[in-house]
Ligand binder design. Structure first.
Ligand code: G6P
Ligand code: MG
Length: 212
């Protein structure tokens, strides 16, 4: 049986915009700006690695303590935005896709770099669809390393070759491919095995892989 592994931010829920807004505010506080093109390079990337990329862009050097404090500042800003989320922030077509996948008894996991994953899944009321949630608290290497997806497959007790990953970030597609999984890009992700623009009108049965 195939299993589905979903990235969280930008795939299941519309949080990618909140990450962008919160990072942009920090960048502006530090005296420079960042646009959406640069933001694409932060998608799927852990909090501290994202901060490193932003500081590099702004040519800013800082102590580890200062970096931790900026990361915390961004996270508090992000959480203030996220607190207002409800089921309405689940991306279009996702609820129907999860419901049909559940009826088909497809094992499902979340594989996210975010340390806020469980809180967001709870606020948006979709947590119970997933048998396994692997997030930034359980992994030591971020995407594009395959660790998050391999751990999700192992916990689902599925071989990687039977896992389908849904991802909106280039780093996430690279991680899925490195894990030996089938990568579905949500958005314009040329390295993916297949691309979809979103879940509206998608039938989970189309993504079930045939066992070898
Ligand atoms: C996801 C998002 C990234 C974010 C990362 C860590 O992968 O796409 O933009 O930086 O999670 O999120 P966190 O909620 O732990 O700061
Ligand atoms: Mg994402």
């Amino acid at each position: 049986m195939s299993g589905f592994i979903f990235d969280l931010d930008g795939v299941l829920v519309d949080t990618a915009k909140f990450h962008f807004e919160a990072w942009r505010e920090l960048a502006r506080d530090l005296g420079f700006d960042m646009d959406e093109t640069f933001n694409e390079t932060l998608k799927g990337v852990s909090r501290m690695e994202s901060l490193e990329k932003i500081l590099q862009k702004g040519n800013i050097d800082a102590s580890s303590d200062q970096k931790l404090s900026w990361a915390e500042q961004k996270n508090q800003n992000y959480l203030a935005r996220v607190q207002k989320m409800t089921k309405a922030d689940v991306l279009p077509g996702v609820l129907a896709f999860l419901e049909k996948s559940k009826q088909l008894k497809i094992p499902m996991a979340v594989g996210s770099a975010s340390k806020n994953a469980v809180a967001i899944l709870t606020l948006t009321e979709i947590k119970d669809y997933f048998q396994v949630i692997i997030d930034g608290n359980q992994i030591s290497k971020g995407k594009p390393d395959p660790e998050v997806f391999l751990l999700a497959a192992k916990t689902l007790q599925l071989s990687p070759a039977l896992c389908v990953v849904f991802e909106d970030a280039e780093a996430g597609i690279e991680a899925a491919l490195a894990a030996g999984m089938y990568a579905v890009g949500v958005g314009d992700l040329e390295k993916a095995d297949e691309m979809i623009s979103g879940f509206e009108g998608q039938d989970p049965e189309q993504f079930i892989l045939d066992p070898l």
